[in-house]
Design a protein around this ligand. Structure first.
Ligand SMILES: [Zn+2]
Length: 228
């Protein structure tokens, strides 16, 4: 936990801990990132341009993790728009309706196609029933029993756009709930949208990258909170 907290502060002088074995790593070089977006606490898009990230190396010869990148707040691997921005943009789209696709894309500095792809990507992160059960397990008094079922669409052409939007919206809300529960338990999640904070924690803690353009490893929910 100490390691996670020190990494959560992301001070340059702190030796970051290995995400696999937890041993303090050695800072070892830099990686340059041309451009990455972030969402401010006021929900505004901001750009981080020309930024250097530290690389770190694990001192444990038995650890399979040789090196990793130390990320800043909302920083994320292989994304110009990190998950927090995607979550904020899709949430805005949900409130404004699909006719606002072009407006929302313009607001977040992306294309309409990217926005549509974010809706698809969020819908495929995890089954709705699974995420609901995780939240319910953590806080059974705050939610109804998990008789909730993911929407199944028998049509082989896939669910309609409205259904995909609804699925993405439901997942965004549940990730928000889960992030709040984890923060209440002292798990060090970064600020901002719950979905982005949770995926960033998966990256920091388990080295799991959630890709946008190719299949991603499943999210890990075991051992997220004390006794969980
Ligand atoms: Zn290690």
């Amino acid at each position: 936990m100490d390691c996670l907290e020190s990494r959560g502060q992301r001070k340059p002088e702190v030796r970051p801990c290995c995400p696999n074995c937890g041993k303090p790593g050695w800072l070892d070089g830099w990686r340059f990132v041309k451009l990455q977006a972030k969402v401010t606490l006021a929900g505004v898009l901001a750009w981080m341009a020309g930024m250097w990230r530290r690389r770190a190396r694990c001192p444990n010869p038995d650890c399979p993790v040789r090196g990793w990148t130390v990320y800043e707040e909302q920083g994320y691997s292989h994304r110009t728009f990190p998950p927090a921005v995607a979550a904020a943009a899709v949430a805005e789209l949900l409130f404004r309706g699909e006719t606002a696709l072009a407006d929302v894309a313009k607001h977040w500095g992306c294309s309409r196609w990217t926005l549509v792809r974010w809706v698809e990507w969020i819908g495929g992160l995890v089954e709705l029933a699974v995420l609901f059960k995780v939240c319910w397990t953590c806080d059974p008094s705050g939610m109804p029993p998990p008789a909730y079922r993911a929407q199944q669409d028998a049509d082989s052409s896939g669910p309609a756009w409205a259904s995909r939007m609804a699925l993405a919206g439901s997942l965004i809300l549940l990730f928000e709930k889960l992030a709040r529960l984890l923060r209440d338990q002292g798990v060090p999640l970064e600020e901002g949208p719950g979905l982005g904070a949770f995926l960033r924690h998966q990256l920091d803690r388990f080295c799991r990258v959630s890709w946008l353009t190719k299949p991603s490893p499943p999210l890990l929910f075991d051992g997220l909170w004390p006794g969980g």
